[in-house]
Design a protein around this ligand. Structure first.
Ligand code: DX5
Ligand code: ZN
Length: 223
């Protein structure tokens, strides 16, 4: 199975978004990771559904929308309508997580759950038969460019065991670079998010470099 690469838009040049998005698409990325922050769930603000809708007009790359907002239930339908292909919600946010998963799937798109660094991975258990992705944060959500928290690797391994034979991706977000990517993929990650590393220099070359580092890992996973 191919390990999927999801560049995080947080590190894009917001004055030149269209051209950066074209670069992400041309580089062969699998998703565009879209970080949505509300200044309440996390101490930073990015954008809302109207902006995502505008971005949808200029690129066909699948949008992986990571909701770092306090009340996802109030906004899920808007992000579905804006063109999200996958929405992940934090288990730490307000409202019923199962209800949020159902609402996302009702929109005809994929649903996933996210756990922050201080959350035990066992919380994912009740949702496993209802989701297609678990996102494990490698940093405290809110900002790009932070260092990978080493304890994340064990959480990925535990997550892989809990998932068992189910067709669920494990996505890792935060602190992924040329040094940390091998470790997370070896532990069981199948979707890798990276912002500051991939947007530094030539996106295509950087993705190639990622793929060459994890190349020997690609073959054995879920044959
Ligand atoms: C952090 C965001 C990440 C962030 C990753 O809250 O969810 O997606 O952009 O950035 P890097 O790869 O720079 O750690
Ligand atoms: Zn993210």
């Amino acid at each position: 199975m191919k390990i999927k690469i999801a560049p995080s838009m947080l590190s894009a040049d917001f004055a030149n978004l269209e051209s950066d998005l074209k670069k992400v698409e041309a580089a062969g990325a699998d998703y565009l990771h879209v970080d949505i922050m509300d200044g309440h769930f996390v101490p930073n603000i990015t954008m809302g559904p109207d902006q995502v809708k505008q971005l949808r007009r200029v690129t066909r790359i699948p949008f992986d929308v990571h909701l770092m907002i306090s009340e996802p239930l109030l906004y899920i339908e808007k992000f579905v309508a804006a063109g999200a292909d996958l929405i992940t919600i934090h288990v730490e946010s307000q409202g019923d997580t199962m209800e949020a998963i159902k609402l996302i799937k009702k929109g005809g798109i994929e649903a996933g759950i996210v756990i922050s660094p201080d959350t035990d991975v066992s919380v994912i258990k009740p949702f496993l038969d209802h989701i297609s992705m678990v996102l494990i944060m490698g940093v405290y959500p809110g900002f790009g460019g932070q260092s990978y928290i080493p304890e994340t690797t064990q959480k990925i391994k535990t997550c892989r065991d809990l998932i068992g034979e189910r067709a669920i991706d494990i996505q890792v977000d935060g602190g992924i670079n040329y040094t940390t990517i091998k470790e997370v993929v070896e532990a069981g990650a199948t979707v890798v998010v990276s912002g500051s590393c991939l947007f530094n220099g030539d996106m295509k070359e950087n993705i190639k470099k990622f793929e060459s580092i994890i190349g020997d890992q690609v073959m054995w996973r879920r044959q």
